[in-house]
Design a protein around this ligand. Structure first.
Ligand SMILES: [Zn+2]
Length: 484
Protein backbone atom coordinates (compact mmCIF):
# COMPACT_ATOMS: atom_id res chain seq x y z
CA UNK A 1 0.00 0.00 0.00
CA UNK A 2 1.30 3.46 -0.82
CA UNK A 3 0.86 6.71 1.03
CA UNK A 4 -1.31 8.14 -1.74
CA UNK A 5 -4.14 5.87 -0.55
CA UNK A 6 -4.48 8.20 2.41
CA UNK A 7 -6.90 11.07 1.83
CA UNK A 8 -4.86 14.31 1.98
CA UNK A 9 -7.54 15.80 4.27
CA UNK A 10 -7.03 13.09 6.88
CA UNK A 11 -5.18 14.13 10.01
CA UNK A 12 -3.45 11.92 12.57
CA UNK A 13 -6.16 12.88 15.04
CA UNK A 14 -8.92 11.86 12.60
CA UNK A 15 -7.35 8.41 12.19
CA UNK A 16 -7.08 8.10 15.97
CA UNK A 17 -10.73 9.05 16.44
CA UNK A 18 -11.85 6.61 13.77
CA UNK A 19 -9.93 3.82 15.53
CA UNK A 20 -11.55 4.74 18.85
CA UNK A 21 -14.98 4.87 17.19
CA UNK A 22 -14.71 1.40 15.63
CA UNK A 23 -13.16 0.02 18.86
CA UNK A 24 -16.11 1.25 20.92
CA UNK A 25 -18.54 -0.06 18.29
CA UNK A 26 -16.86 -3.48 18.54
CA UNK A 27 -17.25 -3.36 22.34
CA UNK A 28 -13.50 -3.56 22.95
CA UNK A 29 -11.40 -1.80 25.60
CA UNK A 30 -7.98 -0.27 24.96
CA UNK A 31 -6.45 -3.29 26.64
CA UNK A 32 -8.43 -5.73 24.45
CA UNK A 33 -7.38 -4.12 21.19
CA UNK A 34 -3.79 -3.50 22.29
CA UNK A 35 -3.45 -7.17 23.23
CA UNK A 36 -4.81 -8.32 19.87
CA UNK A 37 -2.45 -6.15 17.79
CA UNK A 38 0.59 -6.66 20.06
CA UNK A 39 1.18 -3.13 21.33
CA UNK A 40 0.96 -1.39 24.71
CA UNK A 41 -2.42 0.17 25.71
CA UNK A 42 -0.59 3.46 26.39
CA UNK A 43 0.72 3.48 22.82
CA UNK A 44 -2.76 2.85 21.46
CA UNK A 45 -4.11 5.69 23.62
CA UNK A 46 -1.51 8.07 22.21
CA UNK A 47 -2.55 7.03 18.70
CA UNK A 48 -6.28 7.48 19.42
CA UNK A 49 -5.60 11.00 20.74
CA UNK A 50 -3.57 11.98 17.72
CA UNK A 51 -0.29 12.27 19.61
CA UNK A 52 1.42 9.52 17.68
CA UNK A 53 1.34 8.56 14.03
CA UNK A 54 0.66 4.81 13.63
CA UNK A 55 2.81 2.76 11.27
CA UNK A 56 0.96 1.21 8.37
CA UNK A 57 1.56 -2.38 9.56
CA UNK A 58 -0.03 -1.52 12.91
CA UNK A 59 -2.98 0.14 11.14
CA UNK A 60 -3.51 -3.01 9.08
CA UNK A 61 -3.47 -5.14 12.25
CA UNK A 62 -5.95 -2.80 13.95
CA UNK A 63 -8.27 -2.88 10.91
CA UNK A 64 -8.39 -6.67 10.84
CA UNK A 65 -8.80 -6.89 14.66
CA UNK A 66 -11.79 -4.49 14.40
CA UNK A 67 -13.16 -6.28 11.31
CA UNK A 68 -13.11 -3.18 9.09
CA UNK A 69 -11.36 -2.24 5.85
CA UNK A 70 -8.13 -0.26 6.21
CA UNK A 71 -9.76 2.46 4.09
CA UNK A 72 -12.41 2.93 6.81
CA UNK A 73 -9.68 3.93 9.27
CA UNK A 74 -8.05 6.30 6.79
CA UNK A 75 -11.15 8.21 5.66
CA UNK A 76 -11.10 12.02 6.08
CA UNK A 77 -14.51 12.36 7.79
CA UNK A 78 -14.64 12.41 11.57
CA UNK A 79 -16.63 9.44 12.88
CA UNK A 80 -19.18 11.66 14.72
CA UNK A 81 -20.19 15.31 15.11
CA UNK A 82 -18.57 15.49 18.55
CA UNK A 83 -15.35 14.03 17.14
CA UNK A 84 -15.52 16.56 14.30
CA UNK A 85 -15.73 19.43 16.81
CA UNK A 86 -12.85 18.07 18.87
CA UNK A 87 -10.70 17.70 15.75
CA UNK A 88 -11.62 21.25 14.60
CA UNK A 89 -10.66 22.70 18.00
CA UNK A 90 -7.39 20.78 18.05
CA UNK A 91 -6.52 21.96 14.53
CA UNK A 92 -7.41 25.59 15.28
CA UNK A 93 -5.38 25.63 18.51
CA UNK A 94 -2.33 24.27 16.71
CA UNK A 95 -2.57 26.99 14.02
CA UNK A 96 -0.34 30.08 13.80
CA UNK A 97 -3.30 32.44 14.27
CA UNK A 98 -4.07 31.07 17.75
CA UNK A 99 -0.40 31.06 18.68
CA UNK A 100 -0.25 34.85 18.15
CA UNK A 101 -2.86 35.32 20.90
CA UNK A 102 -0.71 33.77 23.64
CA UNK A 103 -3.71 31.97 25.14
CA UNK A 104 -3.66 28.47 26.72
CA UNK A 105 -4.88 25.43 24.80
CA UNK A 106 -8.15 23.89 25.92
CA UNK A 107 -8.12 20.13 26.03
CA UNK A 108 -11.16 18.77 24.25
CA UNK A 109 -11.64 15.92 26.72
CA UNK A 110 -14.86 14.09 27.59
CA UNK A 111 -15.68 16.55 30.37
CA UNK A 112 -15.79 19.58 28.05
CA UNK A 113 -19.50 20.15 27.32
CA UNK A 114 -20.44 19.92 23.63
CA UNK A 115 -22.01 23.39 23.96
CA UNK A 116 -18.69 24.91 25.06
CA UNK A 117 -16.93 23.01 22.29
CA UNK A 118 -19.40 24.37 19.71
CA UNK A 119 -18.80 27.93 20.97
CA UNK A 120 -15.01 27.61 20.89
CA UNK A 121 -14.97 26.12 17.38
CA UNK A 122 -17.39 28.85 16.22
CA UNK A 123 -15.13 31.57 17.66
CA UNK A 124 -12.07 30.06 15.99
CA UNK A 125 -13.87 29.95 12.63
CA UNK A 126 -14.92 33.60 12.97
CA UNK A 127 -11.40 34.62 14.00
CA UNK A 128 -10.03 32.92 10.89
CA UNK A 129 -12.67 34.57 8.69
CA UNK A 130 -11.95 38.06 10.05
CA UNK A 131 -8.24 37.60 9.72
CA UNK A 132 -8.50 36.54 6.08
CA UNK A 133 -10.96 39.36 5.41
CA UNK A 134 -8.56 41.97 6.75
CA UNK A 135 -5.67 40.70 4.65
CA UNK A 136 -7.83 40.57 1.51
CA UNK A 137 -8.86 44.21 1.78
CA UNK A 138 -6.25 46.08 -0.31
CA UNK A 139 -6.82 43.63 -3.17
CA UNK A 140 -10.59 43.80 -2.73
CA UNK A 141 -10.37 47.60 -2.65
CA UNK A 142 -8.42 47.75 -5.90
CA UNK A 143 -10.80 45.43 -7.69
CA UNK A 144 -13.88 47.26 -6.44
CA UNK A 145 -12.34 50.55 -7.52
CA UNK A 146 -11.58 49.21 -11.00
CA UNK A 147 -15.12 47.82 -11.38
CA UNK A 148 -16.57 51.18 -10.43
CA UNK A 149 -14.35 53.07 -12.86
CA UNK A 150 -15.44 50.74 -15.68
CA UNK A 151 -19.10 51.17 -14.77
CA UNK A 152 -18.70 54.95 -14.82
CA UNK A 153 -16.92 54.80 -18.17
CA UNK A 154 -19.89 52.86 -19.58
CA UNK A 155 -22.11 55.78 -18.48
CA UNK A 156 -19.71 58.48 -19.76
CA UNK A 157 -19.20 59.50 -16.12
CA UNK A 158 -22.73 60.93 -16.08
CA UNK A 159 -25.34 59.93 -13.46
CA UNK A 160 -28.64 61.41 -14.59
CA UNK A 161 -30.65 60.39 -11.49
CA UNK A 162 -28.25 62.28 -9.21
CA UNK A 163 -28.25 65.30 -11.55
CA UNK A 164 -32.06 65.30 -11.31
CA UNK A 165 -32.06 64.99 -7.52
CA UNK A 166 -29.63 67.90 -7.17
CA UNK A 167 -31.61 70.08 -9.58
CA UNK A 168 -34.84 69.44 -7.75
CA UNK A 169 -33.25 70.40 -4.45
CA UNK A 170 -31.78 73.58 -5.93
CA UNK A 171 -35.26 74.51 -7.14
CA UNK A 172 -36.60 74.39 -3.59
CA UNK A 173 -34.16 77.07 -2.43
CA UNK A 174 -34.71 79.25 -5.51
CA UNK A 175 -31.27 78.85 -7.12
CA UNK A 176 -31.03 80.26 -10.65
CA UNK A 177 -27.40 80.71 -11.74
CA UNK A 178 -23.82 81.41 -10.71
CA UNK A 179 -21.77 80.14 -7.78
CA UNK A 180 -23.51 78.71 -4.76
CA UNK A 181 -22.87 80.67 -1.58
CA UNK A 182 -22.29 79.10 1.79
CA UNK A 183 -25.63 80.62 2.78
CA UNK A 184 -27.48 78.73 0.01
CA UNK A 185 -25.79 75.49 1.06
CA UNK A 186 -27.03 76.14 4.60
CA UNK A 187 -30.54 76.60 3.26
CA UNK A 188 -30.36 73.30 1.36
CA UNK A 189 -29.06 71.51 4.42
CA UNK A 190 -31.77 73.01 6.61
CA UNK A 191 -34.43 72.15 4.02
CA UNK A 192 -33.35 68.52 4.51
CA UNK A 193 -33.71 68.83 8.29
CA UNK A 194 -30.09 69.34 9.27
CA UNK A 195 -28.01 72.12 10.78
CA UNK A 196 -24.27 72.78 10.35
CA UNK A 197 -21.87 72.93 13.31
CA UNK A 198 -18.14 73.50 13.24
CA UNK A 199 -15.94 71.54 15.63
CA UNK A 200 -12.21 71.65 16.33
CA UNK A 201 -12.11 68.15 17.77
CA UNK A 202 -13.54 66.03 14.95
CA UNK A 203 -12.13 62.49 15.09
CA UNK A 204 -8.96 62.51 13.01
CA UNK A 205 -10.22 59.64 10.86
CA UNK A 206 -13.33 61.56 9.77
CA UNK A 207 -14.10 64.44 7.44
CA UNK A 208 -17.52 65.12 8.92
CA UNK A 209 -19.78 63.43 11.46
CA UNK A 210 -23.57 63.48 11.25
CA UNK A 211 -25.79 63.17 14.31
CA UNK A 212 -28.86 61.56 12.77
CA UNK A 213 -30.76 61.70 16.05
CA UNK A 214 -30.55 65.48 16.35
CA UNK A 215 -30.05 66.38 12.68
CA UNK A 216 -26.63 67.98 13.23
CA UNK A 217 -23.71 67.88 10.81
CA UNK A 218 -20.29 68.52 12.34
CA UNK A 219 -17.68 70.07 10.06
CA UNK A 220 -14.07 71.19 10.59
CA UNK A 221 -13.54 74.85 11.56
CA UNK A 222 -14.50 77.36 8.85
CA UNK A 223 -11.17 79.15 9.32
CA UNK A 224 -9.18 76.26 7.86
CA UNK A 225 -7.43 76.98 4.56
CA UNK A 226 -9.41 75.67 1.62
CA UNK A 227 -12.64 76.69 3.29
CA UNK A 228 -14.46 76.45 -0.04
CA UNK A 229 -14.24 72.69 0.46
CA UNK A 230 -16.64 73.03 3.39
CA UNK A 231 -19.65 73.51 1.14
CA UNK A 232 -18.78 70.27 -0.59
CA UNK A 233 -18.26 68.45 2.73
CA UNK A 234 -21.64 69.62 4.05
CA UNK A 235 -23.37 68.59 0.82
CA UNK A 236 -21.67 65.21 0.84
CA UNK A 237 -22.87 64.64 4.40
CA UNK A 238 -26.53 65.30 3.49
CA UNK A 239 -26.20 63.43 0.20
CA UNK A 240 -26.41 60.06 1.98
CA UNK A 241 -29.89 61.10 3.09
CA UNK A 242 -30.94 62.58 -0.27
CA UNK A 243 -29.79 59.49 -2.16
CA UNK A 244 -31.38 57.08 0.29
CA UNK A 245 -28.15 55.32 1.22
CA UNK A 246 -28.28 52.53 3.78
CA UNK A 247 -25.34 51.13 5.73
CA UNK A 248 -22.84 49.86 3.11
CA UNK A 249 -22.69 46.06 3.23
CA UNK A 250 -19.51 45.66 1.22
CA UNK A 251 -16.45 47.69 0.33
CA UNK A 252 -17.84 48.06 -3.20
CA UNK A 253 -21.03 49.58 -1.74
CA UNK A 254 -18.98 51.94 0.39
CA UNK A 255 -16.98 53.05 -2.64
CA UNK A 256 -20.06 53.57 -4.80
CA UNK A 257 -21.68 55.66 -2.06
CA UNK A 258 -18.52 57.77 -1.78
CA UNK A 259 -18.60 58.38 -5.51
CA UNK A 260 -22.31 59.23 -5.45
CA UNK A 261 -22.05 61.74 -2.61
CA UNK A 262 -19.17 63.59 -4.21
CA UNK A 263 -21.05 63.48 -7.51
CA UNK A 264 -24.06 64.97 -5.76
CA UNK A 265 -21.99 67.74 -4.16
CA UNK A 266 -20.50 68.59 -7.58
CA UNK A 267 -24.00 68.70 -9.11
CA UNK A 268 -25.14 71.20 -6.49
CA UNK A 269 -22.03 73.38 -6.68
CA UNK A 270 -21.94 73.32 -10.50
CA UNK A 271 -25.59 72.66 -11.43
CA UNK A 272 -26.18 70.82 -14.68
CA UNK A 273 -28.22 73.48 -16.47
CA UNK A 274 -26.16 76.46 -15.41
CA UNK A 275 -22.86 74.68 -16.03
CA UNK A 276 -23.96 73.22 -19.37
CA UNK A 277 -25.18 76.60 -20.60
CA UNK A 278 -21.87 78.12 -19.57
CA UNK A 279 -19.88 75.40 -21.33
CA UNK A 280 -22.00 75.43 -24.51
CA UNK A 281 -21.44 79.17 -24.88
CA UNK A 282 -17.69 78.66 -24.44
CA UNK A 283 -17.74 75.83 -26.97
CA UNK A 284 -19.54 78.01 -29.53
CA UNK A 285 -16.83 80.61 -29.02
CA UNK A 286 -14.13 77.91 -29.22
CA UNK A 287 -13.03 79.08 -25.81
CA UNK A 288 -13.55 76.11 -23.48
CA UNK A 289 -11.28 76.23 -20.40
CA UNK A 290 -11.41 74.40 -17.09
CA UNK A 291 -10.17 77.53 -15.29
CA UNK A 292 -13.24 79.45 -16.48
CA UNK A 293 -15.61 76.80 -15.14
CA UNK A 294 -13.63 76.90 -11.89
CA UNK A 295 -13.91 80.68 -11.58
CA UNK A 296 -17.56 80.87 -12.66
CA UNK A 297 -18.64 78.50 -9.90
CA UNK A 298 -16.04 79.21 -7.24
CA UNK A 299 -14.71 75.68 -6.87
CA UNK A 300 -11.24 74.13 -6.93
CA UNK A 301 -9.49 73.47 -10.22
CA UNK A 302 -9.70 69.75 -9.60
CA UNK A 303 -13.44 69.88 -8.89
CA UNK A 304 -14.01 71.88 -12.07
CA UNK A 305 -11.92 69.51 -14.19
CA UNK A 306 -13.70 66.52 -12.73
CA UNK A 307 -17.12 68.10 -13.20
CA UNK A 308 -16.19 68.78 -16.82
CA UNK A 309 -15.87 65.01 -17.35
CA UNK A 310 -19.49 64.52 -16.18
CA UNK A 311 -20.86 66.96 -18.75
CA UNK A 312 -18.32 66.70 -21.60
CA UNK A 313 -19.70 63.63 -23.33
CA UNK A 314 -23.34 63.76 -22.21
CA UNK A 315 -23.90 67.48 -22.89
CA UNK A 316 -21.10 68.61 -25.24
CA UNK A 317 -20.45 65.43 -27.23
CA UNK A 318 -16.71 65.40 -26.41
CA UNK A 319 -14.86 62.35 -25.07
CA UNK A 320 -12.26 63.16 -22.43
CA UNK A 321 -9.73 61.95 -19.90
CA UNK A 322 -8.92 63.27 -16.44
CA UNK A 323 -5.93 62.54 -14.23
CA UNK A 324 -4.58 63.63 -10.90
CA UNK A 325 -0.87 62.82 -10.84
CA UNK A 326 1.83 63.37 -8.21
CA UNK A 327 5.13 65.08 -9.03
CA UNK A 328 6.80 61.65 -9.06
CA UNK A 329 4.36 60.51 -11.76
CA UNK A 330 2.07 58.47 -9.51
CA UNK A 331 -1.50 58.36 -10.79
CA UNK A 332 -3.83 59.07 -7.88
CA UNK A 333 -7.09 59.24 -9.79
CA UNK A 334 -8.02 58.83 -13.43
CA UNK A 335 -10.98 58.65 -15.76
CA UNK A 336 -11.14 58.24 -19.52
CA UNK A 337 -13.61 57.47 -22.26
CA UNK A 338 -11.30 58.69 -25.05
CA UNK A 339 -9.12 55.52 -25.10
CA UNK A 340 -6.10 57.21 -23.57
CA UNK A 341 -3.93 54.34 -22.33
CA UNK A 342 -3.57 54.65 -18.54
CA UNK A 343 -0.96 52.29 -17.08
CA UNK A 344 -2.56 49.41 -15.15
CA UNK A 345 -1.45 46.67 -12.80
CA UNK A 346 -2.39 42.99 -13.24
CA UNK A 347 -5.80 43.54 -11.62
CA UNK A 348 -6.63 46.37 -14.03
CA UNK A 349 -6.20 49.06 -11.37
CA UNK A 350 -4.65 52.36 -12.49
CA UNK A 351 -4.24 53.99 -9.07
CA UNK A 352 -0.64 53.97 -7.89
CA UNK A 353 0.76 53.33 -11.38
CA UNK A 354 3.33 55.67 -12.89
CA UNK A 355 2.28 57.64 -15.97
CA UNK A 356 4.59 58.33 -18.90
CA UNK A 357 7.24 60.97 -18.30
CA UNK A 358 6.20 62.68 -21.56
CA UNK A 359 2.53 63.09 -20.66
CA UNK A 360 1.25 66.60 -19.93
CA UNK A 361 0.50 65.47 -16.34
CA UNK A 362 4.28 65.31 -15.82
CA UNK A 363 5.77 67.80 -18.27
CA UNK A 364 3.58 70.50 -16.67
CA UNK A 365 5.97 70.45 -13.70
CA UNK A 366 8.81 71.60 -15.99
CA UNK A 367 6.76 74.31 -17.67
CA UNK A 368 5.07 75.80 -14.67
CA UNK A 369 5.01 79.54 -15.28
CA UNK A 370 2.56 80.03 -12.38
CA UNK A 371 0.27 81.94 -14.75
CA UNK A 372 -2.28 79.23 -15.33
CA UNK A 373 -2.93 76.15 -17.35
CA UNK A 374 -0.25 74.48 -19.45
CA UNK A 375 -1.24 72.98 -22.80
CA UNK A 376 0.44 70.26 -24.83
CA UNK A 377 -0.22 67.92 -27.73
CA UNK A 378 1.01 64.39 -27.05
CA UNK A 379 1.37 61.69 -29.69
CA UNK A 380 0.68 58.27 -28.14
CA UNK A 381 0.20 54.77 -29.56
CA UNK A 382 -3.59 55.26 -29.11
CA UNK A 383 -3.65 58.64 -30.90
CA UNK A 384 -2.79 62.29 -30.43
CA UNK A 385 -4.31 64.11 -27.46
CA UNK A 386 -4.49 67.77 -26.53
CA UNK A 387 -4.22 68.23 -22.79
CA UNK A 388 -4.51 71.07 -20.35
CA UNK A 389 -2.88 70.76 -16.94
CA UNK A 390 -2.57 72.80 -13.78
CA UNK A 391 -0.35 72.11 -10.78
CA UNK A 392 -1.21 72.47 -7.14
CA UNK A 393 -0.08 71.53 -3.65
CA UNK A 394 -1.93 69.04 -1.52
CA UNK A 395 -1.44 67.26 1.76
CA UNK A 396 0.41 64.53 -0.16
CA UNK A 397 2.73 66.90 -2.01
CA UNK A 398 2.72 68.58 -5.42
CA UNK A 399 0.26 67.25 -7.93
CA UNK A 400 -1.14 68.06 -11.35
CA UNK A 401 -4.70 67.95 -12.62
CA UNK A 402 -5.04 67.21 -16.31
CA UNK A 403 -8.00 67.32 -18.65
CA UNK A 404 -7.34 65.93 -22.11
CA UNK A 405 -9.27 65.36 -25.32
CA UNK A 406 -8.54 63.66 -28.65
CA UNK A 407 -6.80 65.87 -31.22
CA UNK A 408 -10.00 66.49 -33.21
CA UNK A 409 -11.74 68.07 -30.20
CA UNK A 410 -8.89 70.48 -29.39
CA UNK A 411 -10.50 73.07 -31.69
CA UNK A 412 -13.14 73.86 -29.03
CA UNK A 413 -10.56 74.72 -26.37
CA UNK A 414 -8.54 77.76 -25.46
CA UNK A 415 -4.86 76.85 -25.68
CA UNK A 416 -5.21 74.75 -28.86
CA UNK A 417 -2.59 76.96 -30.54
CA UNK A 418 0.12 75.71 -28.17
CA UNK A 419 3.44 74.77 -29.76
CA UNK A 420 4.30 72.32 -26.98
CA UNK A 421 4.43 68.79 -28.39
CA UNK A 422 5.55 65.53 -26.96
CA UNK A 423 5.82 61.91 -28.03
CA UNK A 424 4.95 59.06 -25.69
CA UNK A 425 5.68 55.45 -26.70
CA UNK A 426 4.60 53.97 -23.34
CA UNK A 427 3.86 51.18 -22.48
CA UNK A 428 6.97 50.40 -24.55
CA UNK A 429 9.52 50.32 -21.68
CA UNK A 430 12.17 52.01 -23.82
CA UNK A 431 9.95 55.12 -23.95
CA UNK A 432 10.85 56.46 -20.53
CA UNK A 433 11.05 53.58 -18.04
CA UNK A 434 14.38 52.07 -19.02
CA UNK A 435 17.54 54.12 -18.74
CA UNK A 436 19.47 54.40 -22.01
CA UNK A 437 22.00 51.67 -22.79
CA UNK A 438 25.03 53.95 -22.43
CA UNK A 439 23.91 55.38 -19.09
CA UNK A 440 23.14 51.87 -17.86
CA UNK A 441 26.59 50.67 -18.92
CA UNK A 442 28.15 53.60 -17.12
CA UNK A 443 26.17 53.72 -13.88
CA UNK A 444 24.81 50.25 -13.18
CA UNK A 445 26.79 48.97 -10.23
CA UNK A 446 28.10 52.44 -9.41
CA UNK A 447 24.76 53.84 -8.24
CA UNK A 448 23.54 53.27 -4.70
CA UNK A 449 20.27 55.16 -4.22
CA UNK A 450 18.31 55.00 -0.95
CA UNK A 451 14.62 54.51 -1.68
CA UNK A 452 11.92 56.74 -0.24
CA UNK A 453 9.04 54.86 1.32
CA UNK A 454 5.81 55.49 -0.51
CA UNK A 455 3.21 56.86 1.83
CA UNK A 456 0.07 56.21 -0.22
CA UNK A 457 -1.33 52.78 0.40
CA UNK A 458 -2.43 52.09 -3.15
CA UNK A 459 0.96 52.99 -4.55
CA UNK A 460 2.82 50.24 -6.32
CA UNK A 461 6.58 50.41 -6.15
CA UNK A 462 8.21 51.12 -9.50
CA UNK A 463 10.65 48.30 -10.10
CA UNK A 464 14.28 49.10 -10.72
CA UNK A 465 17.64 47.70 -9.68
CA UNK A 466 16.64 48.78 -6.17
CA UNK A 467 13.00 48.22 -5.11
CA UNK A 468 11.04 51.46 -5.27
CA UNK A 469 13.69 53.31 -7.21
CA UNK A 470 13.43 54.61 -10.77
CA UNK A 471 16.76 53.73 -12.42
CA UNK A 472 16.28 56.16 -15.30
CA UNK A 473 15.87 59.02 -12.85
CA UNK A 474 18.84 57.96 -10.72
CA UNK A 475 21.20 57.59 -13.68
CA UNK A 476 20.14 60.90 -15.19
CA UNK A 477 20.76 62.55 -11.82
CA UNK A 478 24.19 60.99 -11.44
CA UNK A 479 25.06 61.91 -15.00
CA UNK A 480 24.10 65.55 -14.43
CA UNK A 481 26.02 65.82 -11.14
CA UNK A 482 29.07 63.71 -11.88
CA UNK A 483 32.38 65.60 -11.69
CA UNK A 484 33.89 66.08 -15.15
ZN1 LIG B 1 6.77 57.02 -21.59
Amino acid sequence: MSADMIDPGTTVLTIGRRIRHFRAAAGMTLDDLAGQVGTAPSQLSLIENGHREPRLTLLQAIASALGVELAALLAAEPPSRRDGLEIALDTAQRGPLYATLGLPRVRAGKRLPTEALEALVGLHAELARRSSEASATPEEARRANTELRRAMRARDNYLEEIEDAAEELLGTVGYSSGPLTHRTVEQIVSHLGFSLHHARDLPSSTRTVTDLEHGRIYLPPASLPGGHGLRSLALQAVAHRVLGHTHPGTYADFLRQRLEISYFAACVLMPRHAATEFLLTAKRNRDLAVEDLRDAFGVTHESAAHRFTNLATSQLGITVHFARVGRDGTLFKGYENDDVDFPTDVTGAIEGQTVCRHWTSRTVFDHNDLAGEFHQYTDTPSGTYWCSAQTGQGADGDFSVTLGVPFAAAKWFRGRETTSRSVSRCPDPTCCRQPSADLTAKWRGAAWPSAKLHTHILGALPSGTFPGVDDAEVYAFLEAHAPR
